[in-house]
Design a protein around this ligand. Structure first.
Ligand SMILES: [Zn+2]
Length: 220
């Protein structure tokens, strides 16, 4: 299992130890964040910061597809959620992301698939960001609810904190982790919004829902 410096920085931040900017550079701030995080976890080596599965992040997406889940979507995400909020397993299980290799795991986020679970809501075909047009298959609340529920499940199963650095939408990857994406705006819009908003603000709303789901009695 190998972790990039950026992944280590994001993990420290998710665990509450800010490493300074998430820039992929091993500097004094990053070193001290690692030491503090290790102390907190009674760990001695870098891998002790992580869950043994190697999974450390969850990315929320939309497919930009029409109603009806297709094979291509199931290959690109570990789970896809249909308009009614039903969850469909992708071709690769979440655990396949631990050691990402093309053709052996889901390719859902450019240069950020290793250790990252990809869950997608199947919607937003033909949608346009500006001027906003929600297209022929806008996201439903059932999908948002199911997305938060699945994120909560994986957070619990793999010791992933609900934080801006570990549970993110695709649109947050570039601003938060500094990994360039190609103008992705999933998920900057929720069904009660007039037009897309700031990715971090929308991400915060989703994370609030995830936290609520984690407090439900069935989430152990
Ligand atoms: Zn995406």
């Amino acid at each position: 299992m190998t972790f990039s410096i950026r992944d280590i920085q994001a993990r420290c931040a998710a665990l509450g130890h800010m490493p300074g900017p998430i820039d992929g550079m091993m500097g004094p701030q990053t070193r001290s964040a690692i030491n503090d995080a290790l102390k907190d976890r009674d760990g001695r080596r870098l891998p002790d910061l992580f869950h043994p599965s190697g999974l450390h992040r969850i990315h929320g997406h939309w497919t930009a597809g029409a109603k009806g889940i297709i094979d291509l979507e199931l290959r690109h995400y570990n789970e896809v959620i249909d308009h009614d909020g039903r969850v469909h397993s992708g071709k690769f299980p979440a655990t396949a992301q631990a050691t990402y290799r093309v053709g052996h795991a889901a390719s859902h986020t450019l240069n950020a698939n290793t250790g990252a679970i990809g869950i997608s809501v199947d919607c937003m075909a033909g949608a346009v960001e500006r001027p906003f047009n929600k297209g022929s298959a806008p996201m439903t609340w059932a999908q948002v609810e199911a997305l938060a529920e699945r994120m909560a499940y994986y957070c619990g199963a793999f010791d992933i904190p609900v934080s801006r650095y570990s549970v993110l939408t695709h649109a947050e990857i570039q601003p938060t982790l500094g990994i360039r994406q190609r103008f992705k705006w999933d998920i900057c819009w929720l069904p009660d919004m007039e037009k897309p908003g700031d990715p971090i603000v929308v991400g915060d709303r989703i994370r609030e829902m995830v936290k609520e789901k984690m407090e439900m009695p069935w989430a152990a």
